[in-house]
Design a protein around this ligand. Structure first.
Ligand code: ADP
Length: 611
């Protein structure tokens, strides 16, 4: 066992320049080396790729990786090859020479990692050919795509079950970043995993700072957020194509180089834009959700949602694109009540078209959870962890607007709470939040009038507040236990003992609202699983880091690969901090292996010596 651990360690150092494995990587790799099936759920940036990249190097055999995205595959292959690992990808863009080279590498036994798109797997005689290769393991990336309960179901994934029959005895490993327990079960069943090792990492992303603010002057808010991150990669997600264009041109007129990305752009333009973003020629992209799946830039420092996404799953996935390298990054959600209304309309309309009532209902429920997340005044890290079914043990995360005290106490919060509770009492505890809000805002709607609720004393008592703000306060009351929202399809607000206490004035409740003017950059909370705490760079180190980045860009562009596959920001920060002066000192830095040192170590040493 010890020998195996030593071998693992040497292989890790030699091919990747890393000195230790992250939580669960070891267990996932052990499962692969033991020939067991596995299901591995690790958050974005958690280091899933290494789990399937290392075993073939230890075993000296081929692993086949099924991945849905050509761009990502190619990046991985480029990165692996820079580390000296014999890797290849087969997809529709591969020319005849590429195909021949790939077959030769595999047939000679040299190939260690072969990336395949699922549709490619079943085309022509590919599977038959693959069956003749010495395949030691099969890794399925983005495995949630196999489940229709997931948020990204891809029918072509369903056929992956056939791999089990064809490759009898070959272990299958499924990897995903987002999977609720139901989706996890589905993945195991669909792929017929046999007694799999199940590894579920923590969903919490310690390096991300979450902020949630009502949208008040979008462009100012986005400019301010970008200002908190010097020259950094930023994605601004918008709901509609038009919004991406409006926002990017507004940013341009403020002197910020930004481009719009959406599925309506011509294919060449989209490809060019993605390439520019990856090559660090472009830093700010205003995009619909069409942007992201294929974007693996690991140094995204800011993800802004210019509007609320339609589910927490989407939010987690999109914010997950920030800080994949483990460095502190920020996620800012700007929302308004109109966002939920817009999504509701979109979901209902597509429900009418598909006729799938169940799916529509499920989606509306996901939307409600998202709305509540936004309106809450409780720790964002905790809310997200709990949503995905995990405990969160810290009392103050110090990396969200709530714990950083960026929400302020509403001065008349207690009275406002009493007004809300009283409206619920006086309307008979029979209605959901939106009706109670109508009454409190003095709506003249037919429903309110026919029920006589325009005659009760609480009618119109909070008409100075927006519906969204009252909704947030209701969520806060439910969170604090001073109010109950029933389960079921049509949740109703009802009072409990604590509500009665509040109404009697017996106990104080607090309500919170965001305050303006943030100037704090993103922080890193604690020693997260994915990263080692390192002090922030000093101004001279920042200058050096920028020069190293420029050198990295130059090398990457001459090799035709994205810069982060040369060295990640983590490595460059370490160079700037420790200024290695020799081969040995540079090899000690995270992410520098002998092969990479031989390829461009000297150039970085020279740049460091010049400083
Ligand atoms: P995922 O696929 O889970 O989103 P990646 O595999 O892309 O995550 O890994 C995220 C980043 O972490 C990459 O830059 C990768 O090189 C780095 N990384 C992975 N494992 C380790 C490790 N053991 N030590 C240091 N860095 C690591």
């Amino acid at each position: 066992m010890q020998d195996r651990d030593r071998l693992l360690h040497e292989t890790l150092e030699r091919w990747f320049g890393f000195s230790e494995l992250r939580p669960l990587q070891k267990e996932a790799i052990d499962a692969a080396l033991d020939g067991r099936d596995a299901l591995v759920v690790l958050p974005t940036g958690g280091g899933k790729s290494l789990c399937y990249q290392l075993p073939p190097l230890v075993l000296g055999k081929l692993t086949v990786v099924v991945s849905p995205l050509i761009a990502l595959m190619q990046d991985q292959v480029d990165g692996l090859r820079l580390n000296g690992v014999p890797a290849a990808a087969t997809h529709s863009n591969l020319d005849a020479d590429g195909r021949r080279e790939l077959r030769e590498m595999s047939e000679s036994g040299a190939l260690r990692l072969l990336f395949v798109a699922p549709e490619r797997l079943f085309r022509g005689d590919f599977l038959e050919w693959l069956g003749r290769q010495d395949v030691a393991a099969i890794a399925i990336d983005e495995a949630h795509c196999i489940s229709q309960w997931g948020h990204d179901f891809r029918p072509e994934y369903r056929r992956l079950a056939e791999l089990r029959e064809r490759f009898e005895g070959v272990p299958i490993h499924a990897y995903t970043a987002t999977a609720t327990p139901r989706v996890r079960e589905d993945i195991k069943a669909q792929l017929t995993l046999k007694d799999p090792v199940e590894l579920v990492g923590t969903f919490d992303r310690a390096e991300l700072t979450y902020r949630v603010l009502p949208r008040q002057g979008l462009i100012e808010q986005v400019v301010e957020a970008i200002g908190r991150h010097r020259d950094a990669a930023t994605i601004v997600y918008c709901i509609s194509r038009k919004d991406t264009e409006t926002l990017s041109s507004q940013l341009q007129s403020r002197g910020i180089e930004a481009k719009a990305y959406h599925a309506g752009l011509p294919a060449e333009e989209r490809t060019q834009l993605s390439a520019d973003f990856r090559a660090e020629r472009l830093h700010v992209v205003c995009a619909t959700v069409a942007f992201g799946m294929g974007i693996d830039r690991s140094d995204v420092r800011l993800v802004v949602h210019a509007a609320m996404p339609k589910s927490i799953e989407h939010y987690q996935q999109e914010t997950g694109r920030a800080g994949r390298d483990g460095l502190p990054s920020e996620c800012l959600l700007l929302y308004s009540g109109a966002d939920a209304a817009k999504w509701r309309m979109i979901i209902e309309r597509s429900g009418e078209e598909s006729g799938d009532l169940e799916a529509t209902k499920a989606q509306l429920q996901l939307l409600t959870h998202m709305q509540r997340f936004a309106g809450r005044a409780s720790c964002r890290h905790r809310s997200l962890s709990e949503y995905f079914g995990q405990d969160f043990l810290e009392t103050n995360c110090s990396a969200c607007d709530v714990c950083l005290n960026e929400l302020e106490l509403v001065s008349d919060g207690h009275v406002t709470a009493q007004k809300i509770l009283s409206a619920i009492a006086r309307t008979g505890q029979r209605y959901g939040a939106s009706y109670v809000i109508d009454v409190l805002r003095g709506s003249k709607s037919e429903k309110v009038r026919t029920r006589g609720h325009d005659q009760i004393p609480t009618f119109g008592l909070l008409k100075q507040l927006t519906a969204m703000r009252i909704g947030n306060y209701i969520d806060q009351l439910v969170d604090s236990g001073a109010l109950v929202r029933t389960d079921g399809e049509y949740p109703v607000l009802v009072l409990n003992e604590a509500s009665a206490e509040v109404l009697r004035g017996g106990c104080e409740v607090e309500l919170r609202a965001p305050k303006g003017g943030l100037d704090q950059p993103a922080r890193r909370r604690r020693q997260g699983g994915a990263s080692v705490e390192a002090r922030a760079l000093t101004p001279p180190e920042i200058e050096l880091f920028d020069r190293l980045r420029a050198l990295r860009r130059e090398i990457a562009s001459s090799l035709g690969v994205p810069p982060y596959v040369v060295f990640s920001d983590v490595t460059l920060e370490e160079f700037a901090r420790n200024r290695p002066r020799s081969r040995a000192a540079m090899l000690d830095c995270k992410g520098v292996g002998p092969k990479k040192f031989d390829s461009f170590g000297e150039r970085f040493l020279a740049a460091l010596a010049d400083d």
